[in-house]
Write a protein that binds this ligand. Structure first.
Ligand code: SF4
Length: 276
C-alpha cells in the first residue's frame, strides 16, 4: 500500500503498529476518532491523565526557570502535589548542563519523518546526553518491558540522527546517550538504558524494516490483535466487537498498558526549525 506522504511516525504510532495492526490502521491511517472510554474506573483515570499533563507542564516551567514557589502553589494539594514534591526532591533537573525541555527532534527513516518529543534532554558538562522521560502511571513496569517499548528504541535513535541541531552541528554519538525513565509514583527509581553503536545499528535497521514492511501490506493485512488483553484498554473495542466494558485485569501485570497514552503533539514550527 502507498502510505500517505505526510504520515509522520512517532513512538505512539509505531507502538500501535506492533501491538495491533488494526489499531494502527484505524488511528493513524484512517484517523478514526471513536468515543469509547479507555479504562475504568473512568473518573480516576481521567483525573490521573489531567494531573499527568499538569505535572509535565510544571516540570517544563521549572526547567525554564519559573519561581519554584509559584509552581508549588500551582501544584496545589493531593496527587499532583505529591508528584511535584517528589520531583523537586529527586534533584534530577538541578544537575548542571545544557537543558532542552519539551524538545521535539525529527529525522527521516525509510522516506518518512520520525519524531520524538523529549520531556527533558540534558547535555551534561561531561558531554553526555541524558534523555529524561517523566511517567505518571500507576505502576512502574518491569525493565524488560520498558526495554521493548518503542519509546526506548526511538528516543535515543532520533537523538543520534538529529542531535547535531542542538550540538553546534556536531554529531551526537550513541555512546554519549542514556535514556532514563522516572516514575512519579516510585520516585526513588530511575530506570536507565545506556546506548551504544551496536544498539543504534540494530534499532535503526529494525525501525527501517518495520516501516518498509508496512508499505508492503494490503488493506486486508490489518487484522485484529490476537492478544485480546490489549483490547480491554483500547478505544476501538466496541467497533472491533471486543466488548463494551473496559478492562479490570491485573494492573501489575499490564502496567505498560495503563500508562496514560502520550500522543506526540507535533509543533510544526519547532519541526521546521530542525529541518536540515
Ligand atoms: S479493540 Fe483490540 S483489535 Fe480492535 S483496534 Fe483495539 S487492540 Fe486492536
Amino acid at each position: 500500500m502507498t502510505l500517505p506522504s505526510d504520515l509522520i511516525f512517532s513512538q505512539t504510532s509505531l507502538q500501535d503498529l506492533v501491538d495491533c495492526r488494526r489499531r494502527f490502521q484505524l488511528r493513524h491511517l484512517e484517523q478514526l476518532a471513536w468515543p469509547a472510554i479507555e479504562s475504568e474506573p473512568v473518573l480516576e483515570n481521567e483525573k490521573r491523565m489531567r494531573a499527568g499533563s499538569q505535572f509535565h507542564k510544571l516540570a517544563h516551567q521549572y526547567v525554564l526557570g519559573l519561581p519554584v514557589d509559584r509552581l508549588t502553589a500551582l501544584a496545589g494539594e493531593g496527587q499532583l502535589a505529591d508528584w511535584w514534591l517528589a520531583f523537586l526532591q529527586s534533584g534530577l533537573v538541578d544537575q548542571p548542563g545544557q537543558k532542552y525541555p519539551e524538545r521535539l527532534l525529527s529525522c527521516t527513516i525509510a522516506g518518512h519523518r520520525l519524531v520524538a518529543k523529549y520531556d527533558l534532554l540534558l547535555k551534561s558538562d561531561g558531554d553526555k546526553w541524558v534523555i529524561y522521560d517523566w511517567k505518571t502511571g500507576r505502576y512502574t513496569p518491569k525493565r524488560e518491558t520498558l526495554e521493548r517499548r518503542m519509546q526506548t528504541i526511538i528516543y535515543p535513535l532520533v537523538l543520534v540522527e538529529a542531535g547535531h541541531v542542538l550540538n553546534e552541528g556536531n554529531a551526537v554519538l550513541p555512546s554519549q546517550i542514556e535514556m532514563n525513565y522516572w516514575y512519579a509514583e516510585d520516585p526513588g527509581t530511575t530506570i536507565s538504558f545506556p546506548y551504544s553503536d551496536e544498539q543504534y545499528t540494530r534499532d535503526r535497521a529494525y525501525i527501517e524494516n518495520t516501516i518498509e514492511e508496512l508499505k508492503l501490506l494490503r488493506e486486508e493485512d490489518f487484522p485484529l490483535t490476537t492478544e485480546k488483553r490489549r483490547c480491554e484498554y483500547c478505544v476501538y473495542r466496541s467497533l472491533c466487537g471486543r466488548g463494551e466494558a473496559a478492562g479490570t485485569g491485573d494492573y501489575e501485570e499490564i502496567a505498560e498498558l495503563l500508562e496514560p497514552s502520550e500522543e506526540v503533539e507535533i509543533d510544526f514550527e519547532q519541526l521546521a526549525e530542525v529541518e536540515f
